[in-house]
Design a protein around this ligand. Structure first.
Ligand code: SAH
Length: 214
């Protein structure tokens, strides 16, 4: 089966059919080759409706979840975005097609390195990958118009709230047990005022770090 066709089918059957509407998100999901971010031996499974293992016990998220979370960020083309948990680099690639600049933090050096290599090869040159504890954000480039976390936190890390610009949106899986969360969206209304919404139930790997799980 041709991966191109499978990608278009995924956009229609997994995203549009479940209510993903943002045209920029749909276009990015149609454009970025997910097969480039999954392990070689799983290539034919690239457009399956599920997460896939990428090594080190980590996963590339289900396409629908990637699209849903990014849609929740309400991005514009001039936005500066911070992603916590680079993993395979797929989410960063999607973000980079919609926003102006993407900063992404990964705790595991080998994953960050592999992601950087793939993103370079694909020519996505508005993405900056760093190895570090993303529960502390990436203060040097703050503030961000949007922050998205792809690992589950016990609560919203304070540094991320601080590094969000006024008017900015943060989307993060939050849960009181490490592998089961609810998607939370925070809007920063003023320096010390946030509006919080609870969205769908999700399952992400834990956010391990100083302001995450120990
Ligand atoms: N967005 C990724 C999904 C990766 S899974 C993709 O599209 O493939 C979540 C990732 O978060 C894992 O790679 C894990 O190593 C990473 N992670 C966990 N805790 C972290 C932390 N404190 N800082 C940065 N990355 C973290």
């Amino acid at each position: 089966m041709d991966l191109h066709t499978l990608r278009s089918d995924m956009v229609r059957d997994q995203l549009q059919r479940r209510g993903v509407k943002d045209p920029a998100v749909l276009a990015a999901m149609e454009q970025v080759p997910r097969e480039a971010f999954v392990p070689e031996r799983l290539r034919e499974m690239s457009y399956q409706d599920s997460p896939l293992p990428i090594g080190e016990g980590q996963t590339i998220s289900q396409p629908f979840i990637v699209a849903r979370m990014i849609e929740r960020l309400e991005l514009t083309p001039k936005d500066k975005v911070l992603e916590i948990g680079t993993g395979s680099g797929y989410g960063a690639a999607i973000l980079s097609r919609i926003a102006d600049t993407v900063y992404t933090v990964e705790r595991r050096a080998s994953l960050a390195e592999a992601a950087r290599e793939k993103l370079d090869k694909l020519g996505y040159d508005n993405i900056h990958v760093v190895v570090g504890d993303g529960s502390l954000g990436w203060p040097e480039n703050a503030p961000y118009d949007a922050i998205v976390g792809t690992a589950g936190a016990p609560k919203i890390p304070e540094p991320l709230k601080e590094q969000l610009s006024v008017g900015g949106r943060l989307v993060l899986p939050v849960g009181t047990v490490p592998e089961q969360q609810v998607l939370i969206r925070l809007r920063k209304k003023a320096e010390d005022r946030f509006e919080q919404e609870e969205m769908e139930a999700v399952r992400f790997v834990p956010l391990v770090g100083e302001a995450g799980w120990r």
